[in-house]
Design a protein around this ligand. Structure first.
Ligand code: ATP
Ligand code: LTN
Length: 333
């Protein structure tokens, strides 16, 4: 396929409400790729059902996430933004790629091992073959780069191995993708547990993008600071993980440098510092929340954008899938 610009593909699961960690570590960076790449962004609801989901909640989260991606700056006219289950090519290619993926390879995936330990009562085949569906997502669009968190690097590596194996048999069908891992905001820690990453599974110290300002302020005022006696704002990840995390969040929210932030709060106690970080986060998230709310008030328009995204996605994905089917020996209909 001849391409004017390189292609970027990212996906995110509608499996939980989006929090500050997801925003700082992933969503906030995504729109920036639109200047240099042709971008494809996907709400991966088919991946989400590898863990049990409440149907009504999954529907609500899928629409909300779709709106949040637009609110963060993804332009649905310039990029392809769509919902995975609206484009059947993903599941279809995933089946074919399953036949080019080894049992041993899937068994070695860290995420599979982690999730099957956490959900021992539901180790289903979809959880096991999660990476082949992700490979299909990526390879259908002849993707060059895949912006993801560090935790997804292994899945992108497997995607490359699958693509290489397929190309080795049938010639150059798939572009070889590469993971791109952003450095900034890569690890936001929990406000109540600064030693572990902010996560929806620890709701207490987790700030959600759709939280109201009062709720955000409450969470920051209760944030764990460090058990030393000095009550002073200083950056030291190992000795003062709570305060350092708050400083990192403040800098990410305001764009101020760490040095500037440290001197701004020098000599001030936590009673001033914590609400100031809260306010910075409120202001950083406010436009995203308000724009999401505005978009959610017009469901008709969101549905139109989802249809438009699915049509654009299907047209690109269809070209790759037809080629793959021909290569493996399926009869034309
Ligand atoms: P949770 O732990 O809340 O379940 P998650 O890791 O399941 O979060 P995903 O939906 O897998 O979240 O990830 C969406 C994106 O957000 C990924 O790119 C991931 O790297 C990023 N991300 C998740 N948590 C954080 C965090 N605390 N700090 C920075 N980035 C994060
Ligand atoms: N597995 C990813 C979500 C995901 C994805 C993708 C990311 C599904 N398909 C394709 C990049 C490209 C996650 O859990 N964050």
């Amino acid at each position: 396929m001849i391409k004017d610009r390189k292609i970027s593909f990212s996906g995110i699961q509608p499996s939980g409400d989006i929090h500050l960690g997801n925003y700082m570590g992933a969503l906030r960076h995504w729109p920036t790729y639109q200047d240099a790449y042709d971008c494809v962004y996907c709400v991966v609801d088919q991946h989400a059902i590898t863990l049990r989901q409440e149907p009504a909640v999954l529907r609500r989260r899928s629409v909300e996430l779709f709106a949040q991606l637009i609110a963060c700056g993804i332009d649905p006219d310039r990029s392809i933004l769509f919902v995975q289950s609206h484009v059947p090519h993903h599941a279809e290619l995933a089946w074919i790629l399953n036949c080019f993926t080894m049992f041993g390879e899937l068994s070695r995936m860290t995420q599979f091992k982690d999730k099957s330990a956490k959900h021992a009562d539901n180790i289903n085949a979809g959880l096991f073959t999660y990476p082949t569906l992700m490979a299909a997502d990526i390879l259908l669009y002849q993707t060059d780069i895949v912006p993801v968190g560090e935790d997804q690097r292994q899945h992108v590596e497997l995607t490359r191995d699958i693509a290489q194996r397929f190309n080795g048999v049938y010639g150059d069908v798939f572009t070889m993708p590469e993971a791109v891992i952003p450095r900034q905001g890569a690890r936001v820690m929990g406000l109540s547990t600064p030693e572990s990453k902010m996560s929806k599974s620890i709701p207490e110290g987790c700030v959600f993008v759709m939280d109201k300002p009062e709720e955000i302020m409450r969470k920051f005022k209760r944030a764990v600071t460090d058990s030393d006696t000095e009550n002073c704002v200083r950056y030291d990840r190992s000795a003062k993980p709570g305060v350092s995390n708050l400083l990192d969040i403040y800098c990410a929210a305001t764009g101020e440098s760490l040095e500037a932030a440290q001197s701004r709060f020098a000599g001030q106690g936590y009673g001033v510092f914590k609400p100031a970080v809260g306010e910075a986060v409120v202001e950083c998230l406010r436009p995203v929340r308000e724009e999401t709310e505005r978009l959610l008030n017009d469901k008709g328009e969101l549905e139109r954008l989802m249809r438009q995204g699915a049509e654009k996605a299907a047209s690109v994905a269809g070209r790759t899938l037809s080629k793959v089917k021909k290569k493996v020996g399926f009869l034309p209909r």
